[in-house]
Write a protein that binds this ligand. Structure first.
Ligand code: ZN
Length: 161
């Protein structure tokens, strides 16, 4: 077989392998968002309060959650799926009664979406992996970001670093 034909064959195989791999990644991502768990499964695995907040976009009462005044050093994970969301290094006391962060762990650590409920324009903060509702982000935070990620304690799980 001429070398050029062998080369073409190898290139074609490599391309197919890449396409297959990309398809797998794409499918995995789609599944994570759409069918991470059924509503019934979420009800079974989350506490009623976690379910109300994470799946029902609820808000816990101020000064009632376990993390608003918590000062441990570590990482805050999504209570539903364990995805790392925020670092204790970027947490601050906003005085609002909810855990507040001026920046997520990474820019892509959280997802954001417009929220027009309650007759106000707000930006909802979500877990990018399971789609769980975490809280909202407001533009009255401290420097350097000027942002305040106002997050429900019940949507978080703290992990020591
Ligand atoms: Zn999650």
């Amino acid at each position: 077989m001429p070398t050029s034909k062998v080369r073409t064959g190898i290139a074609a195989l490599a391309a197919m392998g890449c396409l297959w791999a990309c398809r797998e990644v794409h499918m995995a991502k789609r599944e994570a968002k759409e069918t991470f768990k059924t509503d019934k499964e979420w009800k079974e695995t989350l506490t009623p309060e976690q379910y109300h907040i994470l799946r029902g976009k609820g808000t816990e009462n101020a000064f009632t959650g376990q993390y608003y005044a918590f000062k441990g050093t570590g990482t805050y994970l999504c209570a539903a799926c364990g995805h790392p969301l925020f670092s204790s290094q970027k947490k601050y006391d906003s005085g609002t009664g909810w855990p507040s962060f001026w920046e997520p762990l990474r820019e892509t650590a959280v997802a954001r979406a417009p929220d027009h409920s309650l007759g106000r324009e707000r930006t909802e903060v979500l877990c990018p992996v399971c789609g769980g509702h975490l809280g909202h982000v407001f533009e009255d935070g401290p420097p350097p970001s000027g942002l305040r990620y106002c997050i429900n304690s019940a949507a978080l799980r703290f992990a020591v670093q």
